[in-house]
Design a protein around this ligand. Sequence first.
Ligand code: ADP
Ligand code: MG
Length: 231
Amino acid sequence: MLEVAAIDADYGGVPILRGVSLAVAPGEVVCVMGRNGAGKSTLLKAILGLARVTAGKVTLGGTELTGLPPHRVPGHGIGYVPQGRRLFAELTVAENLEIGLMTRRKGAATREKVLGLFPRLRERLGQVSGTLSGGEQQMLAIARALCLEPSALLLDEPTEGLQPSMIALIRETVLRLKAEGVAVVLVEQRIEAVLSVADRVVFLVNGEVAETLAAEGLDPRAEVFQRYVGV
Ligand code: ADP
Ligand code: MG
């Protein structure tokens, strides 16, 4: 269980998040929605220790993560796919995966499992990742995070700018991880994409949780989307 309990977070003293809570059990997908600047990316960064948490706490499986140096957090089993995917562009596909594997000392079995999910990456192991297509880069960013065999996975707008076939592949991957018992936090702006995978939707407004709703039965035309996402 990933638990964020009433956290405040800031960047260099500028407060961004106030009293944010969410809980994601193994096999659950919680989607975070909100307008630009609402604090969605900051919420993921706060979980990872990349934004400073000044109140409240973050725990994974009962272990407190708050206050750990950022480089120590992934080793506890949190995979992170940042917005805009941030690979090591000069490194090859294989080298990027190796970095993921080293984080928690995973080996060939993990690598094989991850490549099984993304066969296209296997064909491109020697390719410099900066030369991959946008969709392939996103696949690699997700694959690298999965090389940790994470118990929780944080995805920041993974479908941004991708074509429909790639969006469908990411959706299938999220559903597969859900079935395997990973706790997934997904920042996503597309309502259909959210409703097709989410157990709950957390709406952020100005760094605060405005509302948390069960996804089941939520209508894509529901007024909450207008109100909090502005679509
Ligand atoms: P979202 O992902 O919902 O669009 P962000 O979490 O990126 O929003 O940003 C929330 C607020 O934090 C915005 O006002 C943004 O300008 C500010 N912010 C984001 N990153 C930083 C940073 N590294 N330093 C200072 N302020 C930041
Ligand atoms: Mg963002």
